[in-house]
Design a protein around this ligand. Structure first.
Ligand code: NAD
Ligand code: WQD
Length: 335
């Protein structure tokens, strides 16, 4: 299939590019490089032997996206493009609604115009809010407590309504848990701009000496060791989940699916595994809880397995090893 990847130069999009090529598909990348680098395209070329078909375009430019969809005879779209920082969403909600909700509205106009009505959307476990029970399955009530989550939930609502209104649409909502790690080559990965908000990039920057020590946000949660528990999933497993989810595009309707491992690991588990696997020290201190954090969040991933056969294969040790390999090979990211 010819698949348009909006935000395809980003962290998850670039790994999915490789999984799609491996599965015999033709990805077409659209990105603004707002949060990525043109160098990603050279790295993808070197890794896959195929020069990415690329358009520098904003998903909010509906006419341009419609032209690309028609010119490239796209069969489906995987929509990664958007903003993903909880803190930035709180301080600039208009930007977040414009990029995440407005961007998707314009993309849907373009898809309607071109007649391409198959969409996989990058949603997030953030749509479950503070978990009412664990592990979280797709029946868990949706409830959001920050602007970023509101934008993901609004887009999910819009896509459910769209597929109910027009039976030609086929939509898959992929709810990612906590993607970490990097391609085993160490040539693509995640390099957040500024001080990282997320745990794994912070850990790797402490390990490489760019940051002094890790603050562990809270040691008094109701979890086995008192620190936060999350469902960390290797980005390559997550990328493969998109290829598996494409099977669902043969049928119409709207399906939501968790992409997680089903295992919860604590912040201290991450530190210990990272230190053991990579033989480096991660100095840390336990500090106050981070406002808005939940104690524990992990998936029941069985629906994805039942529907598509997909399940995560890689372990926490793989995630820590590959995150460190990427960080060491690219101490300044793509710059
Ligand atoms: P990323 O920032 O690395 O990738 C997003 C890409 O989209 C970037 O390359 C950016 O330049 C591009 N982009 C942004 N706005 C654009 C626009 N208007 N038009 C075209 N391109 C644009 O983020 P990621 O980690 O790869 O996340 C991809 C998607 O998955 C996002 O929608 C994010 O909300 C969602 N998600 C991410 C995580 C995570 O922890 N990384 C978890 C759950 C969901
Ligand atoms: C994990 C654990 C922290 C940093 C966020 C978004 C979510 C999603 C992924 C997109 C928590 C602790 C962290 C640090 C720490 N993205 N921590 N010290 O909060 O589960 O999810 O990113 O959809 O929407 O909310 O991930 O990596 O920030 O935190 O102790 O310096 O690590 O308190 O327990 P989170 P995270």
């Amino acid at each position: 299939m010819n698949i348009l990847l909006t935000g395809g130069a980003g962290y998850i999009g670039s790994h999915t590019f490789i999984s799609l090529i491996d599965a015999g598909h033709k990805p077409i990348v659209v990105d603004t490089f707002d949060n990525s680098s043109p160098q990603v395209l050279d790295r993808l070329h070197a890794l896959t032997g195929q020069k990415p078909v690329f358009y520098q375009a904003d998903v909010r430019n509906s006419d341009m996206i419609a032209d690309i969809l028609m010119r490239e005879s796209c069969d489906a779209v995987i929509h990664f493009a958007g903003r993903k920082s909880v803190g930035e969403g709180q301080s600039d909600p208009v930007l977040y609604f414009d990029q995440n909700v407005g961007g998707t509205v314009q993309l849907l106009h373009a898809m309607n115009k071109s007649g391409c009505k198959k969409l996989i959307f990058s949603s997030s476990a953030v749509v479950y809010g503070n978990p009412e029970y664990l592990p979280i399955d797709e029946e868990h009530p949706l409830s959001t407590c920050n602007v970023y989550g509101d934008t993901k939930r609004t887009v999910e609502d819009m896509l459910r309504a769209l597929s109910a209104s027009d039976p030609e649409w086929s939509v898959v909502l992929l709810r990612y848990f906590n993607p970490v790690g990097a391609h085993k080559s160490g040539d693509i990965g995640e390099y957040p701009r500024g001080i990282p908000n997320n745990l794994m990039p912070y850990v790797t920057q402490v390990a490489v000496g760019q940051l002094e020590q890790l603050s562990v946000f809270g040691g008094d949660y109701d979890t086995p060791d008192g620190t936060g528990v999350r469902d960390f999933i290797h980005v390559c497993d997550l990328a493969d989940g998109h290829v598996s989810a494409m099977k669902l595009l043969d049928d119409t309707g709207c399906t939501a699916m968790n992409l997680g491992t089903g295992k919860g690991y604590s912040v201290l588990d991450i530190i210990q595994t990272f230190e053991t696997v990579n033989k480096v020290r991660i100095p840390y201190e336990i500090t106050d809880r981070r406002p808005g954090d939940v104690a524990a969040c992990y998936a029941n991933p069985s629906y994805a397995r039942t529907l598509t056969g997909w399940q995560a294969r890689l372990e926490l040790a793989d995630m820590c090893r590959d995150a460190w390999n990427w960080q060491q090979k690219n101490p300044m990211g793509f710059d």
